[in-house]
Design a protein. Structure first.
Length: 418
């Protein structure tokens, strides 16, 4: 086991929902940071013991000591100190702050925290300054942090404004090197869905080229999240999506995803490909699936893209991934099989890859900008071109296994350069 707090650095975590709690689990196990300071911004339960109870067990992943050491593990939380809001978890000091929700008022400087992971989902605008009563993302910098990692895609209120030069979106294994430690202070780790999708699209773009991919679409069959209701509930004032207020226990719920726009930030070639993304929420606690459909323009008389060629692309990408972010299998899986698999952005289920090639009819007279004197003579204005449609399935653990573990990798790589 690594020496507890081998780096000597402290980590700040803002928010203690699903991603915040599991981020603490990850870094307690990783032992890179000497101390973890968690800001929940309010009182919880009746004492610090109740917060320790929340940390110790999880309905999806079981007991913390089981996560760390398997079935032979023993409870690892001790030295709970109500007076200074601290406890020791497997040798790592964890301090709980319960006073301020506005990032600017947390006072990270007083706790010697220079790196913060914001997991609240509330502070996503990298542009806005201190002009909101509830606080802003940049408030973390005001209160002493040097770097802030956001566990979600950026969402700017001003849709026309450009992302500031000190902010960047990265996905580990895709464009992690876009982060410049001299310039960037706010880093988005994108979303669980964008992370999975990026690792599905990048091998195809590298192997086939973006120009061959005419269009792509994806639907994520996504586990429930904290933004949904257990039972039907009246929507808050101004809410336009009425479906997230319906019971996740009883329904398949259509919703939206920002994966398409975020994907262009980490894979610039996606700007050349017509792409659409949709999302469906289902009543499971974790474990999600992307169904990716791509349309490829084939060369007449050339070798068409077949199922085995696509699977070979992913086999090679998996073999070339030193971090193991892409995993390829031909076994038959269900969502529960991929929950908790460490650091796997996507599990490609090659067993279910499908492809079909057919001829598409193209009327040249309907192509904008094509003049009549450029058209073929006689009836040559209608041509038929071969198009291959392929369907690829990618599993991902939207909580611990995929997203939180890769967020942990991003956090450590940034800390190592501070």
């Amino acid at each position: 086991m690594a020496i507890a707090g081998g780096s000597g650095l402290k980590l700040g975590v803002n928010g203690f929902g699903r991603i915040g709690k599991l981020t603490v689990w990850h870094h307690v196990g990783r032992k890179f940071f000497s101390e973890i300071v968690v800001n929940i911004g309010r009182q919880a339960g009746t004492s610090l013991d109740d917060i320790a109870h929340y940390i110790e067990r999880d309905s999806t992943y079981g007991w913390l000591h089981g996560y760390l050491y398997g079935h032979q593990g023993k409870p690892v939380i001790q030295h709970i100190n109500e007076s200074d809001g601290s406890m020791e978890i497997d040798g790592i000091k964890v301090r709980i702050l319960r006073s301020h929700r506005d990032p600017a008022e947390i006072d990270w400087d007083r706790h010697d925290v220079r790196l913060v992971v914001d997991t609240t989902g509330q502070f996503l605008d990298p542009i806005r300054g201190q002009n909101r009563p509830s606080g802003t993302l940049r408030g973390h910098l005001v209160s002493g942090a040097a770097k802030v990692i956001v566990s979600a895609p950026f969402k700017a209120k001003d849709k026309q404004a450009e992302i500031p030069e000190d902010a960047v979106t990265t996905v580990m294994g895709i464009n992690a090197s876009d982060y410049d430690p001299r310039r960037h202070k706010i880093i988005s780790n994108a979303s669980c869905t964008t992370t999975c999708l990026a690792h599905m699209m990048k091998p195809l773009i590298d192997a086939l080229g973006p120009k061959r991919i005419m269009s792509a679409s994806m639907a994520t069959v996504h586990a429930a999240t904290g933004s949904q209701e257990v039972l039907d509930r009246l929507p808050q004032s101004g809410k336009v999506d009425l479906r997230k207020n319906r019971s996740i226990l009883n329904n398949i719920i259509l919703t939206t995803t920002g994966a398409a726009s975020a994907l262009r930030l980490v894979i610039p070639e996606m700007a050349e490909i017509a792409f659409i993304a949709e999302s469906v929420r289902v009543p499971t606690s974790a474990g999600s699936l992307i169904i990716l459909v791509i349309n490829l323009q084939e060369e007449p008389g050339g070798e068409y893209v077949r199922r085995e060629m696509i699977n070979d692309i992913y086999r090679q990408a998996a073999a070339d991934s030193p971090e193991g972010y892409l995993y390829y299998t031909e076994k038959q899986n269900v969502s529960g099989d991929i929950i908790g698999i460490p650091r796997v952005a996507v599990t490609i289920e090659g067993y279910e890859t499908h492809s079909r090639t057919a001829e598409a009819t193209l009327d040249l007279t309907k192509i904008p900008g094509l003049k009549s004197d450029q058209l073929p003579e006689s009836d040559g204005t209608v041509v038929r071109i071969p198009v291959t449609q392929a369907v690829i399935y990618g599993w991902y653990d939207n909580e611990m296994g995929s997203y939180v573990n890769m967020l942990g990798d991003r956090t450590v790589t940034i800390a190592e350069q501070m």
